[in-house]
Design a protein around this ligand. Structure first.
Ligand SMILES: [Zn+2]
Ligand SMILES: [Zn+2]
Length: 425
């Protein structure tokens, strides 16, 4: 495998507390050393003015395959991940059929290996067939390589099932990831319940629907000693509940998606279904509390909840259109433009939420540029300005609310296992 020298870049690796200009050597697919001088390496990449980051990790991606290949495939989704700067992703099990057996985990691993884009980790179902009735064979799924469990798309509803999932997972130290939503409170809803839903006459989904289930999950994790990862936090209430739980050392981590810290329910005034997702875009005050939660460490991870839907589905009337938007190819630009530029997060903190923190939640050996680690590296141009154009996306779908947005910051070169897999044209 060719050796590679990335020179004069600002290496930011929160896993080692590193932030300095250096030359990074990659050899045999591994991080081989720092401050190496050019000396016969097969390729030299000039990274002056650029940031050398551990390869970005997105721990919440819907790849849709098997079952909904008209929306996305493992090949197109992982190509989109690379273009967004991600070297590793974790995919959600709400496929058709759901990812609830060893064979279904292995199918995804096989397709990902065949696509040969980025690393794909599989998150498997908590319950058989995602029905919320009976636990899936968690031990066998761990053996097949599952790194966590969720019934995402839907919550794990039965508290007894949830409790047993926590207890069972203690054996493997795997997290349960839950989509927190009390369905009786959101039934028929298309957007956040608030002044805007009232003005628009649209059925609402209150923040309390999220807060109540986040509370339940935290209390069950506390009672069992299990690990809960709160998916796509959107309400200010749940940020405050998670913050208090962390103070009493409950094993809770949390993630947020860019749309929840950049957009509000006011966007629904357009009646554009690209603003329809679950949980919904919340009010201004919720966004402020989420930003504070990102800054003070209550929210550990930034991920995308990349949810492709083919145009003919997303183009339906607002109440008929499915929930969810794309995320992989806009995430980094939104983080730079909306969190780093305004000074809400500094570069090392932002990078930690997209590298070492998700790696630790999932227990995967990624998210670090330590010598000897797999050479997964994202070289970021922090200054480049670009316009979001979904017709240029690598994803098979185009359902983004960010079309036409001017963003700053983008992945320039993406290296997976020592091989250059993506270069910005
Ligand atoms: Zn979800
Ligand atoms: Zn999701």
């Amino acid at each position: 495998m060719p050796s590679l020298l990335i020179k004069n870049g600002r290496a930011i690796d929160p896993s080692q507390g590193m932030d300095r200009v250096t030359n990074l050597l990659i050899r045999d697919g591994k991080i081989a050393g720092y401050d190496t001088q050019p000396n016969g390496q097969d390729r030299i990449i000039d990274a002056a003015g650029k940031i050398i980051s551990p390869g970005l990790i997105d721990m919440h991606v819907h790849l849709r395959e098997p079952g909904r290949e008209e929306d996305e495939t493992i090949a197109t989704g992982t190509a989109a991940a690379l273009a967004g700067g991600f070297t590793s992703i974790a995919c959600m099990p709400n496929t058709e059929p759901p990812t609830d057996t060893q064979a279904s985990v292995e199918f995804i691993q096989h397709q990902a290996a065949r696509a040969d884009h980025c690393n794909v980790y599989v998150i498997a179902c908590v319950s058989k067939n995602r029905e919320g009735k009976e636990l899936a064979e968690l031990g066998q799924l761990v053996q097949a390589g599952a790194v966590g469990f969720t019934d995402d798309g839907a919550p794990v509803y039965d508290p007894e099932l949830m409790r047993r999932a926590f207890e069972y997972c203690l054996m493997f130290d795997k997290p349960i990831l839950n989509h927190a939503e009390v369905r009786e409170l959101t039934k028929g809803g298309v957007m956040h319940e608030g002044l805007t839903s009232l003005l628009l006459g649209l059925p609402g989904m209150p923040g309390a629907a999220e807060d109540v289930m986040v509370s339940r999950d935290i209390l069950l994790a506390e009672a069992t000693g299990g690990r809960i990862h709160v998916m796509h936090v959107s309400s200010g209430g749940s940020v405050e509940i998670i913050r208090r739980a962390k103070l009493r050392e409950v094993r809770v981590t949390a993630e947020i998606c860019p749309h929840h810290f950049t957009l509000t329910d006011e966007c629904l005034r357009s009646f554009d279904s690209n603003f329809k997702m679950s949980p919904p875009l919340r009010g201004r005050r919720d966004v402020e509390v989420c930003l504070a939660g990102l800054a003070d460490g209550t929210i550990d991870v930034i991920c995308t909840d990349h949810a492709p839907h083919a145009p003919e589905k997303k183009m339906r009337e607002l109440d008929q259109a499915p929930f969810g938007i794309l995320g992989l190819e806009t995430c980094l630009g939104l983080v730079v433009t909306k969190l780093i530029e305004p000074g809400i997060l500094d570069w090392p903190t932002a990078i930690s939420k997209m590298t070492i923190n998700p790696a630790q939640v999932l227990g995967i050996p990624k998210g670090t540029l330590a010598v000897g680690a797999d050479a997964d590296v994202t070289i970021i141009d922090p200054d480049i300005r670009w316009t979001v154009d979904s017709s240029r996306f690598h994803s098979k779908s185009v359902n983004t609310p960010f079309t036409g947005w001017q963003l700053r910051g983008r992945a320039q070169t993406v290296i997976v296992g020592g091989r250059v897999k993506y270069e910005l044209p």
